[in-house]
Write a new protein. Sequence first.
Length: 450
Amino acid sequence: LAQAALAQNLRFSTHVCHRGLRKAMKLFGISAAALVAAACAESLSASMLKFLEAHRRLTQAQHSKLFMPEKSALDNMEASLMSMAKEKMESGDSESAANLTTFLTEIQGIIDATMKTSILSRYNSSQQMLDSTWANYTAGCASPGAAPFSQYTSLNDQHVSCRAAEQVFYQSYASCISDQTIVDAAAQLRCASYTSRNSMSQYSGFCQMQPNTAAPTIGHYLIYMENKFREALANLTDAKERCYNVTTTNGPPVTCDQLLCDWRTKQFECDVKQQAFENQACQLSRTYTCASYHSCHNGKKNAYDQAAQSANASQPGLKAEWRAVMRIECLIDALGYPAAQLQSQIDACIARTHSTVPVTFTFYGPTLAAPTCDQGNFQNMTPGNAAFSTRWYSHVTDTVDAVVDGRQVGLPLTCASNTCDCWNGTAPVCVTSSSYASGGSSIHQIDDLA
């Protein structure tokens, strides 16, 4: 019905062709409008059959070239304008010149609104893809060596500081044990007399009557026995008091087990701080790998290479279409000249070399293969290996030089990260045992040990 309406409105005059052009643009778009111009240029008395046949041929041609979608319409429009120029030169200037001028203005409007826009839009889209993929490529990818450990160094600083405090806690405990050993040794020495005197076997000889006992022997024997046992009791009591008073001072009691628990608790606290740092380090070591670096680089490289390949493929078509548009605009300007000057204007259009700079792509590159990356060179990123410990813990000073339960006191765990499946420790359980008396200072003064 649309085609029938268009055919009905086509008349054999320039004025009617002008109206047909507008109708074609509305019903069929640029391709049909170009054919209206072609039909008018061939003959203002062309039949509807010729127009429909030309339209059918153009529709098939539109799909013939992938990278020059406007080429068929431009070729037909150029042919139409050349035909109109030929007719004008043959018939000379006529009273329809005003209508022709309006008609040419309409064609220029079509070129500006659709064909130029389409060509420049495809060019701009491809150029923007080249620009963005190249910018993304040159931004680079983070190699394992670029892992942002700096944002977690404060966690390790807290851990290292904690290890120094742990050593102080252990020294207090070790000092307590040393003091307790001295106290125990002194107690054994001071109590040896009491232990010996507190044994009844040593008094068995007291019950024997001494030779040459004066008469009455029974009375003197009893007096002798009383004095002997009173002396032994006094010596036993004195030895007992000296034994029991060896650990008695005015200071509060000190429990070495509590100091042991304090140290163990501090050690666990330091292990947890170490774990907090190493969990982040472990995550970085899994994220910033040579494999991910190569994948990132190759992805960016391929994106630009594909954009460049696509732009290269479409470049000839864009240039050809742009030159065609420039020739058509030149012909439109030429048709505005009097018939006597038209041929020279057309010859100038044909001879002119039109610039294609507006649709010439800017290429970058070339892209390069990903740099060599050996994961073995980045072992110091992963908790649990010697390279990592050397990198982060080599400055931890061991002032205690003690080993407890097979572990060096005051130094980090070999690996504390549960993210890397190294360690899942539990807090220590404190058990309080007997205490001994002390002066209460950190050095545990022991009084009167001699």
